[in-house]
Design a protein around this ligand. Structure first.
Ligand SMILES: Cc1cc2nc3c(=O)[nH]c(=O)nc-3n(C[C@H](O)[C@H](O)[C@H](O)COP(=O)(O)OP(=O)(O)OC[C@H]3O[C@@H](n4cnc5c(N)ncnc54)[C@H](O)[C@@H]3O)c2cc1C
Length: 432
């Protein structure tokens, strides 16, 4: 892209409020909106660039399962996954969707994914995951209180259920990894899981209960509320698609969008699964892929489920939401531009009925979203080496709602030049 603006131009442009430090954030999902909040609290003027409204259906942050787990520390690629993947791929009802035609697109990422499952690496990943995730509640707290939406975080714990009675014993490694990091874990038999959640059918014979974890019953509404809070502190939405950075003599001076340029002093890349090209432009080449996920939202489900329940055997989540029950899961790899394959949503529905035999699925709405996946389950959070006024904050994969609040704090600390609340070495892009 041709340089069209200098830093001075950018600072004087109509897009710059002219009240000192101005940060442009690309992306208004959970991560971008939390960045906007913490940046405005730190005294920055903030413009968020996104073609869609924060909290809308197009965002991955809208349709997730709402899990808010400070204890989340189990990487997606655990030792032994190499043996499991072929079976998952061959099973049409399995948790991974990959068609032969999409294999060349996914293969380089999958190789890195499998490589990250080695025993020597998973403990490092788990440490990095929990270092970020353990602060989720405390980082959301001030925002939630100020936005007066305390009803959007429930502290009900989380349940993982197994069809194999030996399931928890066979998960000894992940149970041990959680306990080693101070996460409270209770092992339950079949009767105990039904005492906690009577709707769970007899096919499920054992469980692991994580009492300190939480859930958001409407992530889309949470993002929308937190965005309103950021707006009340002066943040603005530039509703357009970002096309790339504009480079001037001093480096990055603006973001080129479908609707003009947005000049700023500092820039944050928080465009979820679509962040890769922006990072590459500033010299950070991150193997980021969309791990497409699905949900079915069931109104009037009739199950009475209270606690977010994860099926360990079938790898999907049953989450009680404000609007009903949300069954979510699947990791699907597809070339960019490929339309949703709604049969993945039908699979979730069948699995939900198997877990919750009393499920009334007469009113169902499907959804598909793009998880921003790195192969090692850890996001990228850094000030880039080549362009010191660009901060990367993306790649939160299956834990973006959990990680968003603390990522917002970290980004504000980086933008302010303060020491960060956690060591950011594990989240650097040069680990790839
Ligand atoms: C089925 C499913 C279940 C999940 N369950 C959970 C869970 O229980 N707990 C959890 O923590 N996480 C969960 N996740 C993951 C979580 O939803 C994501 O990690 C998180 O939403 C990522 O947030 P984000 O802000 O990075 O991305 P997004 O929410 O996707 O936001 C990115 C924004 O960037 C914008 N954008 C993209 N390109 C451009 C551009 N060129 N210019 C301007 N803007 C752009 C998009 O419009 C979008 O608004 C789940 C995901 C799925 C799919």
């Amino acid at each position: 892209m041709a340089p069209t603006a200098t830093l001075t131009d950018a600072l004087n442009s109509p897009d710059d409020p002219g009240r000192g430090r101005h940060v442009a954030v690309i992306g208004a999902g959970a991560v971008g909106v939390c960045c906007a909040n913490y940046l405005t609290r730190a005294g920055f003027n903030v413009t968020v660039i996104d073609p869609v409204e924060p909290g809308s259906r197009e965002q991955c942050s809208y349709g997730n399962a709402g899990g808010l787990s400070p204890g989340s520390c189990i990487p997606n690629a655990m030792p032994g996954i190499v043996r499991e993947v072929p079976g998952m791929l061959l099973d049409p009802e399995g948790p991974i969707g990959l068609r032969l035609i999409d294999l060349p697109h996914a293969l380089p990422w999958l190789i890195r994914f499998l490589w990250s499952s080695r025993r020597s690496r998973v403990d490092e990943i788990a440490d990095a995951m929990i270092a970020l995730n353990r602060h989720t509640f405390e980082s959301y707290d001030p925002l939630i209180r100020e936005a007066q939406c305390e009803d959007l975080i429930k502290y009900r714990g989380q349940l993982i259920v197994y069809e194999d009675i030996e399931g928890p014993a066979k998960s000894a490694l992940s149970v041990g990894m959680r306990r080693a990091r101070g996460v409270k874990v209770e092992i339950l038999d079949g009767n105990q899981i039904r005492e906690l959640e009577p709707a769970i059918g007899p096919a499920y014979k054992a469980g692991v209960y994580l009492p300190e974890q939480g859930q958001c019953p409407n992530p889309g509404r949470l993002v929308a509320r937190l965005w309103r809070l950021a707006v009340s502190r002066g943040a603005r939405l530039h509703r357009a698609k970002a096309r790339g950075f504009v480079l001037g003599g001093d480096g990055v001076v603006a973001v080129a969008t479908d609707d003009g340029q947005v000049g700023a002093d500092q820039f944050v890349v928080a465009a979820g699964a679509f962040s890769g090209p922006f990072a590459s432009q500033v010299g950070a080449h991150v193997p980021l892929i969309s791990e497409r996920g699905y949900h079915v939202m069931i109104e009037g489900d009739g199950t009475g489920l209270r606690v977010q329940t994860n099926s360990a055997s079938r790898k999907f989540v049953a989450a009680p939401m404000e609007e009903g029950l949300r069954l979510s899961g699947t990791v699907e790899f597809a070339r960019p531009g490929t339309g949703p394959r709604w049969e993945r949503a039908d699979i979730l529905l069948r699995q939900g009925k198997h877990m919750l035999p009393g499920l009334d699925a007469s009113r169902v709405r499907p959804w598909m979203g793009n998880r921003p996946g790195t192969p090692d389950s850890i996001p990228v959070i850094e000030r880039t080496a080549r362009h010191r006024n660009v901060i990367l904050a993306f790649g939160h994969g299956h834990q973006g709602l959990i990680g968003a609040s603390t990522t917002g704090r970290l980004v504000a600390e980086l933008a302010s030049g303060q020491p960060t609340m956690i060591d950011l070495t594990p989240y650097r892009s040069n680990r790839f």
